[in-house]
Design a protein around this ligand. Structure first.
Ligand SMILES: Cc1cc2nc3c(=O)[nH]c(=O)nc-3n(C[C@H](O)[C@H](O)[C@H](O)COP(=O)(O)O)c2cc1C
Length: 391
């Protein structure tokens, strides 16, 4: 009997199996941020395989928080028709859907947002974004929380089954949570409880808006790997205990930040030629210098977030956990479900390569065919629709 294909409940929502599509920015939105036919095609195929849960690519809450020139937006009611089509097509094909709600904070570019990026604190200059953020005022923090609430209102109006707060990869929520990024000494920083305040306030607003028949989750970096101490598995466990007390249903455990520990998010090869080639010509020499130093330092390892997830499970057994990061063998997936380490298996790159992966797993294939060459990342850097470019 396969554990992967057993049902699991998030809140009151029953998922027919434990396989989840981890949020994967498709770069398929139009320049405004509207959902396009490309999204609809991709997710109708994916949903038709009977996957337990689909989290489409990240959706930004406002313009300053936008990450990609072709990422989807949930920042205004004018995006509702496209987003509604997305929810409907996934439901019509038999899967459940949760939207991932995001703000990039310091990890974006003026050419994407048309303005200077913002962050909880100024922080160190980083090698990837070279960000010199404007520090958010308390009023701006409050209005950003309003934007998260408005995004949730829109999503629930459209009938999503759940919402996922993007709390990983060095984006805004991660910047608030991390002692490395958050150097504030007001009520939004200075202690773990204060650094958690942003997440608490967003979830409090979401809990007020949430229909009983839906769930809330967070994608949480459980290891920042920043130059000085950021989020560690122990701190992530502390945050998870607070999330559990609040009634949040699930944590998807991820790691790394785009700005200081980029390849930790992915692991595997760093396709230097493709990644440097994806940059604008003027940025290629600097990009080559930064990325060359990363080659060979982030070797692929199956389930690289498992140990951190186990730390969290031991500290907060009640919280449902979804594991993401380098899951490639069916036997491994079955084992970590069977031994109770986690409750769900989440994948991203394997679905870029094989949209019908769930059909294959159901038939009994023993491993996915993604080999972590990471050439798909270069496509994302170019803001082109995701595709597998593996040889
Ligand atoms: C092209 C691409 C786009 C991604 N976009 C997102 C995103 O929008 N939100 C997010 O939380 N993670 C994003 N990720 C990270 C994945 O969800 C996942 O955490 C990571 O790839 C590790 O899982 P995997 O080994 O199954 O690929 C992206 C990954 C890739 C390769």
């Amino acid at each position: 009997m396969s554990r992967l294909f057993e049902p699991v409940k998030l809140g009151e929502v029953k998922l027919t199996n434990r396989i989840m599509h981890s949020a994967t920015m498709e770069s398929m939105a139009d320049e405004e941020g509207n959902i396009t036919d490309r999204h609809i095609e991709r997710y109708s195929v994916l949903a038709s395989t009977g996957i337990g849960l689909i989290v489409p690519g990240t959706m930004h809450v406002n313009d300053v928080g936008r990450f990609g020139t072709h990422s989807a937006s949930i920042s205004d009611d004018r995006f509702l028709p496209g987003l509604g089509r997305l929810v409907d097509i996934i439901h019509a094909n038999g899967s459940k859907v949760a939207f991932q709600i995001q703000h990039a904070g310091r990890q974006t570019f003026r050419k994407v947002t048309g303005q200077r990026c913002v962050a909880p604190s100024k922080g160190k200059l980083d090698p990837m974004f070279l960000a010199r953020p404007r520090v958010m005022s308390p009023a701006e923090i409050e209005s950003t929380i309003d934007d998260y609430a408005e995004a949730a209102r829109r999503a629930f109006e459209l009938g999503v089954d759940g919402l996922q707060l993007h709390g990983g990869h060095g984006f805004l929520v991660n910047q608030f949570l991390s002692p490395f990024f958050n150097r504030r000494d007001d009520e939004w920083g200075g202690s773990d409880a204060n650094r958690f305040r942003f997440v608490r306030e967003v979830f409090n607003r979401w809990l007020d808006l949430k229909p009983a028949s839906s769930f809330l989750m967070i994608k949480l970096s459980v290891n920042d790997f920043t130059p000085q101490r950021g989020i560690t598995p122990e701190l992530a466990a502390r945050y998870t205990a607070w999330l559990s007390e609040m009634g949040i249903d699930c944590v998807e455990t991820t790691c790394g930040t785009g700005s200081f520990s980029n390849m930790n998010i992915w692991r595997g090869d760093l396709p230097l030629k493709e990644m440097v080639g994806a940059l604008p010509p003027a940025k290629r020499p600097a990009g080559w210098l930064v990325m060359r130093r990363m080659v060979g330092k982030f070797d692929y390892e199956e389930g690289y977030n498992l140990e951190a997830a186990r730390t969290i499970r031991a500290a907060v057994p009640r919280m449902k956990l979804s594991l993401v990061g380098g899951l490639r063998h069916a036997e491994y997936m079955e084992k970590v479900l069977e031994d109770g380490s986690v409750d769900m298996i989440s994948m991203s790159r394997p679905f870029i390569r094989e949209l019908r992966l769930v059909d294959e797993l159901r038939k009994g294939v023993s491993q996915v065919s993604c080999v972590n060459c990471n050439k798909c990342l270069a496509t994302t850097v170019k803001n082109e629709p995701i595709k597998c470019s593996c040889d």
